[in-house]
Design a protein around this ligand. Sequence first.
Ligand code: FAD
Length: 496
Amino acid sequence: MAADHVDVLIVGAGLSGIGAAVHLGRDCPGKTYAVLEARGAIGGTWDLFRYPGIRSDSDMYTLGYSFKPWTDPKAIADGDSIRAYVRQTAREYDVERHIRFHHRAVRAEWDSATARWTVHARRDDTGEDVTITCGFLFTNSGYYRYDSGYTPRFPGVERYAGTLVHPQHWPDDLDYTGKRVVVIGSGATAVTLVPAMAERAAHVTMLQRSPTYVIALPSRDPFADAARRWLPPKAAYTVARWKNVALGVANFQLSRRAPGVVKRFLRRAAKGRLPAGYDVERHFSPRYDPWDQRLCVVPDGDLFTVLREGRASVVTDTIDTFTEHGLRLASGEELPADIVVTATGLNLLALGGMTLAVDGADVDLASTVAYKGMMLSGVPNFAMTIGYTNASWTLKADLVATYVCRLLRHLDETGQQIVTPLAPDTDDLAPIIDLQSGYVLRAVDQLPKQGPRAPWRLHQNYPRDVRLMRHGPLTDGVRFARAGVPAAATSGGTDA
Ligand SMILES: Cc1cc2nc3c(=O)[nH]c(=O)nc-3n(C[C@H](O)[C@H](O)[C@H](O)COP(=O)(O)OP(=O)(O)OC[C@H]3O[C@@H](n4cnc5c(N)ncnc54)[C@H](O)[C@@H]3O)c2cc1C
């Protein structure tokens, strides 16, 4: 394909990229755009992950798009339904024909003289290198590596004669019927896998080094069901969405202000679902405060049900070594296993591995500061989608796309071509992601920073961001310019 030009280039055709394209088509109908997608399918996370039981752990009224009601009665949905919803959105809003599959964006170079990005992509199907230019670059590439999940180095793993699987690369033909399974991990993936595999396995053991907060929520939302009975779909969706936003904000604020209260509540709730005498302290009482890491949701308490019924168990211990037939733990206990699933997490990856350069100088992401959580200091005409850590990803993705469209219209209305966030004048910088989870801590040094105040601070608060991004000013902390003004002239400090 010859080098060509679009007004906006979106990278990624997952939940966010498809949403971004819909917003662009609706709010900026005159703009041309293309979507580069490294894989051969729409859906990102919801197409990649195929392990048993794969589902959301947020409710779909907030994980769904603002513009497309989630009408399925399941409030916590399986991966297939979410993938179908994203694909249907792409079809319904005529996004599909803009997607270039098997195009992996690898590098983007900004040139202030022409006010254009030149984006280099590699076609994974043909091996061809492709170049596309655009006026605005909008990455929606998720937050982790697709080619490999995270697996720590386990001693003795080479001796193990059973089947070792990472949930990110689930074999289609893995038959676990009647098998002894050990799932290593305690995060969202582990708590999903354990009840799902316990349906057919002989027994499933969740082996965790330390516990996670786990909360049971109903898989159907009676409030949303009632709203659907009485209101038109769009109105029913909106009220269910705002109800869940309000509950989420209240839950997060309470966890931050009175962690002891929330801890006791979560412990008591777990205890109520487990058999008498169960060691809740050891297996379900983390050392950290709620929301220092994401809370794990289990629909209808399915994890607790399989533990109560003895089809699964939790072991809290560290691995001494893999053996030929399973695992030996630090306590000396042996865990026999036909299959070991390493639900040990993801490898964080910023911008889908793409590198950036501005007017010939490489951008060091770690020395940039995120503006409104979606642009980078010193990087012109660029936005990225990073969802909330304490609420559904799509809430933020929708706001980012709305803001990008507002910015594009503002540029047109004012006859400018370039918008560049100016680095805040402060050393008081913090990591962009404030979770203490292992996958965050392993990579946080390579990521952009956030500042102490708006527009440089991420508040992780949807109602506040609605005010800021849908209705707030477009001109704070940025400089607008016409083509030809070098980006270097736009670095230089705003008040943080
Ligand atoms: C198992 C699992 C469960 C989750 N459950 C929830 C949940 O319940 N609630 C929630 O809020 N969040 C959840 N998340 C976070 C989840 O990733 C987001 O909800 C959402 O799917 C992110 O969408 P995205 O489009 O931004 O990223 P992704 O879904 O990661 O999609 C990114 C797309 O970009 C493409 N891409 C990446 N790099 C490039 C490149 N260089 N060039 C071209 N294309 C590229 C990828 O191939 C992919 O198609 C979950 C994550 C995982 C892994």
